[in-house]
Design a protein around this ligand. Sequence first.
Ligand SMILES: O=P(O)(O)OC[C@H]1O[C@](O)(CO)[C@@H](O)[C@@H]1O
Length: 635
Amino acid sequence: NNGNSSNNKGFISRPAFLPKEHTKDIPKTGDFDRMSYAQWTLKCTDVPQFDALEAAAASFRTDDKLHLRNLCNDSARCAGLTAVHMNEGGRRRLHLDYSRQQVTGEVMELLYDLADAVNFHDRREAMRRGALINSTEERAVMHHVLRMPRGYDFSIYGTPINGSSAHYGRAAGRGFQKSEGNVLLQNVHRVQEKIERFSNKVRSGEIRGVTGKRLKNFVCIGIGGSQLGAEFVHEAFRADPRAAKAAQGRTLRFLANVDPVDFYLTTKDLDPAETLIIVASKTFSTAETMLNARTVRKWLDDSLASISIKQADITAKHMIAVSSNPDLCKKFGILEQNVFGFWDWVGGRFSVCSAVGLVPLSLQFSFEVMEEFLAGAHDIDEHFFNAPPRDNIPVILGLLGVWNSTFLGYGTRALLPYAQALRRFPAHIQQVDMESNGKSVALDGTPLLHESGEILFGEPGTNGQHSFYQCLHQGRVVPADFIGFMESQQPFALEKEVANHDELMSNFFAQPDALAYGKTLVDLIQEGVPAPLRQHMVFAGNRPSSSILMTKLDVFAVGQLLALYEHRTAVQGFIWGINSFDQFGVELGKVMAKNVRTQITAARLRGVSVQGFNGSTTSLLELYLNHGKMMEHEE
Ligand SMILES: O=P(O)(O)OC[C@H]1O[C@](O)(CO)[C@@H](O)[C@@H]1O
């Protein structure tokens, strides 16, 4: 490590905790390199555009003319508040309608001005080119590189810190050199080729388990960023005809929770002889993942070990790993050739397109299918990095997020896919967004003057309608993203006139208007609703939402959606002036759990009483430990 000082390579390497006077090492080359440290660490509250937006937000709170009921009847305004991204000569569309957001064209212009004022464009460029924008950890943020196809001209980019040939390693404070760009991409493709070879061999039966049986059950052990993304993609592909055909006869399951019930449910009906375990952990030291990995190893051993089958062979043939820490994988007993690497510049929650997602999903659906998924994500990367802001869908979504949460005060956001296949999409984006943007200080370590991050939740429509929508309609104001598709993955029409998908989509079109327009007392009187009920049946309306309508949810589109929401999160972080790419907030609880674990062990083994906790935790722990003793006594 060079001690956080300048790397003289023109990249930002200053950790946020260094005081502002350390300005001499600021990047010197390229567009973003012209930024001074002060410019780099600007946050939205530092610029006058913030005040202009606050004033605009105040009128939205008071002026009834700005109620969505009125705004949405202005067709010219609505037509202006859409953005479209098309492929295949228009046969594939990604259409964003944000006319039901509490914005006018003027507000949007103020938001674009705000983005300019905080150097959003340079920040995005710094990300694209591999500057160490995760400054507290001195890492680049380059998940977009994972999606670049073979032959992509990467020469204008930097390359990772870990040198030209190694696949793994810490950032160690080195910046990138332009000349290394293509080598980096070659490394990405080399790992992809390895995944393709391995998954083909397993799928064809060339690689088998210790007993000679084909490996057709895949269990992926990992948590957080090493699980949620791959799980969402798995769910999204299950009903896609092409992916489903490729997966025939195979199962893929995810084991994340350290709760033994998760292990039990995941493995209870699997034949270990036909099961391949993928341990996905960037660090290969996450407590939950490693306990689950050891538990599953015992499950394999208990069933497969015999005089002729050694435990080491079982691990070697039934366990593979995805990690940035090959040494720990080896120590665990995983063969070196069965470790699939990725790099420090891929954050856990942005790692679906690395081996973390590619290994389990290629085993289940084939590498060929996964290439199509990468192509969809790359398509949105290109859109994000190149489209002008006013046409740029992740930029628009990100700016609307800032507007809703920071200016209008709506701190919660709902993600509502009208597609059962996107069942796990909200859970994945919840992690992407909340782990990234739930911060309280700016890049330079100074406190933010507003809350950052939004509480994100969601469920597929129409299920959510029969659950939490009541609160969305008459309780709190929660800006929502509705996602729908023109074609179903599984078209079916019970009745000739209205296909089942039409039934679903009727709700997709109706709900945003119900939220925006609501229902007035006058409406209710006209409808003849009895007086005592009227107030209960008023809907205030004016609840903002965006509608994303896409052609169909195929493999390519799943990749597009992933990249769309990943970039949206980055946009919000850039505007707020925070580091969206570290996650120190998850550490404190982990450390405290370690202490509790140590004390539980000491109490159970040696009868040592728990100490050092407050009264509440002490009595809860004693209750828990005494219950254990009581059970032993009764037995
Ligand atoms: O891949 P690992 O190292 O096991 O980490 C798992 C997850 O834990 C976190 O660090 C915190 O929850 C996530 O960011 C990460 O994706």
